[in-house]
Design a binder for this molecule. Sequence first.
Ligand code: FAD
Ligand code: UDP
Length: 389
Amino acid sequence: NPNNTDLVIVGAGLFGLTVAQQAVEHAGARVHIIDVRDHIGGNAYSYFDDETGIEIHKYGAHLFHTSNRRVWEYVNRFTEFTDYVHRVYTTHNGEVFPLPINLGTINQFFHASYTPAEAKRLIEEQAGEYADITPKNLDEQGKKLIGKPLYEAFIKNYTGKQWQTDPAELPASIIRRLPMRYNYNNRYFKDTWEGLPKDGYTAWFEKMIADPRIEVSLGVDFFDESQPLNRKAIQAAGIPVVYTGPIDRYFDYDLGELKWRTVDFKERRYDEDDHFGCPVMNYADADVPYTRAIEFRNFNPERAESYKPGKTVVWEEYSRFARRGDEPYYPINTEDDKNIYAQYQAKAALEPNTVFGGRLGTYKYYDMHQVIDTALTAYDEQVAPLLRK
Ligand code: FAD
Ligand code: UDP
């Protein structure tokens, strides 16, 4: 009922849940969250598989990591975290190597026993003419960072499968987030804190909104005028809105569509306790059509007792361009996209009573911790003033 609602939030992802929690805590607001899906949590949602007891991340593997103290303290109010540390391996030419590329990868690849200084010299030599340039694209960035042989073995074909775009046309920033290490440290992330929610993602998210002033309606589309919490009705009633759906959809795509990549998951069940011996196996070569495979039970080894013995679930990831109606996962962010987004952003700034946020609402590839951080700031700077009005 719009009459007893102070704030409508479109999207029960981490952005929407964080704003809802803050609005109740700081303003005592009565919040109504709607989501077109049949569950909360957005892309970070997970469920426990009936057959095996394994937690499956429905929209692809989600690993929590952050160096942001405010965010780490905030999330720890709602869940404990396991001591999981993310590590990834990759298969190349029938051999398994550790990632991110580190001294172990280098020595295995060259059948050598280089010291850190020797390996550094070798890579500099192999970077050749790329060593001293300022990389303009992913291809140059890759060759500069790890030299041509390693780039061609571990990055070139994987990136080709992931983006189906010539690496010379991709922004260097895509691989800048991967560290290159001249020691044997194969932690995937550089962040201060990491872990997985002890009782699963969904238990964490439920705790964030466990307050009678927060109501959630699932299976409800903001643009569907046959339901009472639709855009026209809410705006006519003058209720503030936090919108975390696609920004181009909000404006009926009138300036064009923003481009995304999506992932298709193919599930395989094996009658084994452990199929890979690790949670994530990348496939560096072009002859394997998927980029990587996730073995979910290896994210939570501490739950071994609760798993059905002799069963494991693996998801292979196939990446492709998203069409309208597909799940938008990775913003492509060509120059064209950036221009279109800037124009939508200008229009969004003029929308009365409406705050745009999250990955879809701001066309940004955010990790979970970044979404939470931007939501905390958006609450203070944009939502709280609307609630006071
Ligand atoms: P979302 O989670 O997308 O939530 C938006 C919600 O809005 C959705 O539930 C959608 O159904 C709803 N919505 C949209 N339109 C409407 C409408 N018209 N009406 C009603 N509801 C609507 N982050 C990490 O930190 N670590 C990781 O390891 C990691 N791995 C990832 C792997 C993949 C494959 C992907 C795609 C993302 C990954 N992320 C990871 C990022 C993480 O998923 C996001 O940062 C986070 O989920 C974004 O939250 P959000 O609220 O902005 O958006
Ligand atoms: N990448 C690669 N080989 C790998 C892993 C990553 O070439 O084995 C490149 C690829 O371009 C990818 C980017 O590094 O898009 C970022 O990798 P990350 O694992 O962070 O990807 P995400 O989890 O965001 O899909």
